[in-house]
Design a protein around this ligand. Structure first.
Ligand code: TYD
Ligand code: MG
Length: 450
């Protein structure tokens, strides 16, 4: 077996042959720590020389049984409900609402007939009870335990035999068989490994909470991502009430699926129509504002992209971006300058996705470019228009997937115009000789044509 690399980044889990001050995988400082090997006991017994065909598998393995939380936003992100004998990691910044979400989910699952135990290492059982009271969940048959010792936790699970165990958080769990401090990479990995294999053996679902950490003393959730079946991250901006639960990895469903919630005085509420919510604060047409018709997971999601362009002090032009990729913004600015002759030199550029949303689709390129131009020219875009389309380095506008779904959502929300990549004619698509990049002008479509 290959020898483990002897240093590991506690933030992203990347392994390194030697220590350094900065992790070159994630860029974090002071997060590289010595990697101690985890003793996991004898490996699984393998029957050598036997093989199965895919058809054999089909007859022995039934599709995974799923239980619905009754929280649509959560069920969707899980890929259609909770799968028995699965391990799920829910990561997120401290204070974003992970414990709140999972306590509410625990109550729903318990009301649906699952035996649920919520094990907390962060708070006392009394504190969790107080939170349950605040959330109006005191009637739910969820069992509570406060424990951090892995041995105690496994004994509790052994006696209680729950269908679902929630461990809040994996960073507080420690095993006395591992010599390093609680919260270290080795401890977190060993705890996640034991809990995951227990879950698989006993057919129990296990949800582990992991805080995203900024400094290197406590291991971040990324060091256990590869051990679990599903990785969900709870995102959001503390200054906004909206929270997004996003599937980063899912063995039982599509990745990139999102669930949208709103933090209220009585816990998290599901947001059934996120587009309306993300556009709610949009005022009358203002320069620098563009509405992007995006897709998150399997769902269309409209949001507002805001740009501000202002003169910069000589030689110090700033590019600041919230909710989108800074590299992609630099690319759009370069394309606008090189291909359209619109220079942003000597100007500060600020870009923001409203509502604390984070988008990664290249389909947002056109809306970003439009917001930038609109801000630069101090001219508002038509209020009733949505935009989408990918921009290539040549300056061409590229079609994007699921246009119809984007347009339907926009129409539903009362938009009347869409500024989108031209749909290539059948002949243009068939001919391989002409570069598709020639047809660069966007098409303006009226919604009633749909
Ligand atoms: P919490 O679930 O404790 O976050 P995490 O487990 O991710 O650290 O949520 C903490 C925040 O949520 C806290 O700032 C208060 C807020 N909150 C509400 O706004 N409403 C509520 O009903 C609850 C329970 C929490
Ligand atoms: Mg918590």
């Amino acid at each position: 077996m290959a020898k483990d690399a002897s240093f590991i980044c506690t933030a992203c889990g990347a392994t390194h042959a030697k220590w350094s001050g900065q992790c070159d995988a994630c860029g974090a400082w002071n997060t590289i720590k010595e990697n101690e090997a985890i003793s996991t006991g004898p490996g699984p017994r393998v029957t050598r020389g036997s093989a199965l065909t895919l058809t054999d598998l089909a007859t022995t393995e039934a599709p995974p049984a799923r239980t619905h939380a009754g929280v649509d936003e959560l069920d969707r992100v899980l890929g259609g409900g909770l799968v028995a004998a699965s391990a799920i990691l829910v990561g997120g910044d401290p204070g974003i609402g992970k414990s709140t979400l999972l306590l509410q989910a625990a109550a729903r699952f318990a009301r649906g007939g699952l035996k649920v135990i919520y094990i907390t290492g962060e708070e006392s059982a009394g504190q969790v009870q107080m939170r349950a009271q605040r959330l109006g969940l005191t009637e739910s048959p969820v069992k509570l335990a406060a424990a951090t010792d892995l041995r105690d936790i496994l004994t509790t699970l052994e006696t209680e035999k729950p269908d679902l165990a929630i461990i809040d958080s994996i960073q507080t769990v420690w095993s006395d068989t591992v010599s390093s401090a609680p919260g270290s990479v080795t401890q977190v990995r060993a705890a996640a490994h034991e809990l995951t294999s227990f879950a698989k053996r006993r057919g129990m679902a296990c949800i582990m909470v992991g805080h995203v950490t900024k400094e290197g003393t406590i291991a971040g959730p990324r060091v256990v991502e590869h051990m679990v079946d599903t990785v969900l991250y709870f995102e959001g901006d503390r200054g906004h009430p909206f929270r997004i639960l996003r599937a980063h990895k899912n063995r039982f469903g599509p990745a990139d699926e999102i669930g949208v919630f709103e933090m209220t005085g009585r816990g998290l509420a599901e947001v059934k129509n996120p587009s309306a919510l993300f556009l709610a604060e949009r005022g009358a047409a203002t320069p620098g504002s563009a509405v992007f018709a995006g897709i998150e997971g399997t769902r269309p999601l409209l949001c507002e992209i805001q740009a501000l362009v202002s003169p910069a002090p000589a030689g110090q032009a700033r590019r600041s971006v919230v909710g989108w990729d800074g590299g992609r913004l630099a690319m759009i600015l370069a394309v606008l300058e090189a291909r359209a002759g619109v220079a942003f030199a000597g100007l500060d550029v600020y870009l923001n996705v409203a509502g604390g949303l984070r988008i990664s689709e290249p389909a947002a390129d056109l809306a970003v470019a439009a917001a930038l131009l609109s801000a630069r020219e101090d001219t508002a875009l038509p209020e009733s228009a949505v935009l989408f389309g990918e921009i290539s380095l040549s300056g061409a506008l590229r079609p994007v997937a699921q246009s119809e779904m984007r347009l339907k959502e926009a129409k539903k929300l009362g938009f009347t115009t869409a500024i989108i990549p031209p749909v290539p004619s059948r002949r243009a698509r068939m001919s391989t000789g002409t570069p598709a990049d020639r047809a660069a002008l966007p098409e303006v479509r009226e919604m009633h044509d749909l």
